[in-house]
Structures are given as structure tokens and as C-alpha cells.
Write a protein that binds this ligand. Structure first.
Ligand SMILES: [Ca+2]
Ligand SMILES: [Ca+2]
Length: 140
């Protein structure tokens, strides 16, 4: 999974509940955040990261600057230091890193939930994320 990835993990005529538990699998990177958005007919999973955290360890620190420096002048994605998402690694990415230096996430991996519709809660349904096993559709 990479920051910016979006997956439709469930599609149905009508969805009336939500997952009661979400477990992040082995190897889920500490700096990644997943957001589940419940719609009336589908559930969307978006992956994001702290702006500036190129090495995805959950902290914006000097190690992230090292990533930018290693790829400076080249092309790549978030993991190569393209922090502004324009496909290259340059001074603008450095500015993103600098503006966010010192920020950190709490804990290992983050999960947030957004309700685009307001489904009725259903207990006993668990969603187990095993790293790499949720790739249903990648629009990114
Ligand atoms: Ca970092
Ligand atoms: Ca860039």
C-alpha cells in the first residue's frame, strides 16, 4: 500500500452495517493511515500518510530528508520523496518536509472511519486486513 491508494473493498445494493473491528496485519507500516468511508452501496478504503514522512515510520524527521536527498532531481512517488505529489523530487518536496518537520502519529498504524451514509451498526463482523490482501481495485 502507498499513500494515495484508494480501494473499493465492498460493493452491494445496500450496506446497512459497519465492521466492528479492523486489524492491521503484520508489516503494516507505522506511518500509514487508512480511512474507511461507508457509503450506502460501497465501502472505500483510502491510504494516506503524514505529509513529509517519506520513509513511513510515523515521524517527520531527518531520515525523511535523506530520502529526498537520495532522489533529488529524479522522478518517483511518495516513498522516493515526492511529498507534493507532482511526480518529481525537488525543492518543493523539501518545503513540504520542512513545513511538517517534527510531526508524528500516535501508535502504530492508524485507522479512521468516515460515514458518508449512516448505516446501522452490526456486531460480530470483523474485517481482518492482512497486508497485501485487500487490493481489490487500485485507482491510484
Ligand atoms: Ca519518517
Ligand atoms: Ca514533488
Amino acid at each position: 500500500m502507498n499513500p494515495g491508494d484508494t480501494f473499493e473493498i465492498l460493493s452491494a445494493a445496500s450496506i446497512t452495517g459497519e465492521f466492528s473491528d479492523i486489524l492491521l496485519g503484520e508489516g503494516f507500516e507505522a506511518g500509514l493511515t487508512i480511512n474507511l468511508t461507508y457509503h450506502a452501496d460501497r465501502i472505500i478504503l483510502d491510504v494516506s500518510a503524514l505529509s513529509g514522512d517519506a520513509n513511513l515510520d510515523g515521524v517527520v524527521e531527518s531520515l525523511d530528508l535523506n530520502v529526498i536527498e537520495q532522489h533529488l532531481g529524479g522522478v518517483g512517488g511518495f516513498r522516493e520523496g515526492d511529498l507534493d505529489g507532482d511526480g518529481d523530487i525537488d525543492g518543493f518536496d523539501f518545503a513540504v518536509w520542512q513545513a511538517n518537520f517534527g510531526l508524528s502519529l500516535n501508535g502504530t498504524g492508524q485507522v479512521t472511519v468516515t460515514n458518508a451514509s449512516v448505516p446501522e451498526p452490526v456486531s460480530g463482523i470483523a474485517l481482518f486486513f492482512i497486508f497485501g490482501c485487500v487490493r481489490v481495485r487500485n485507482s491510484g
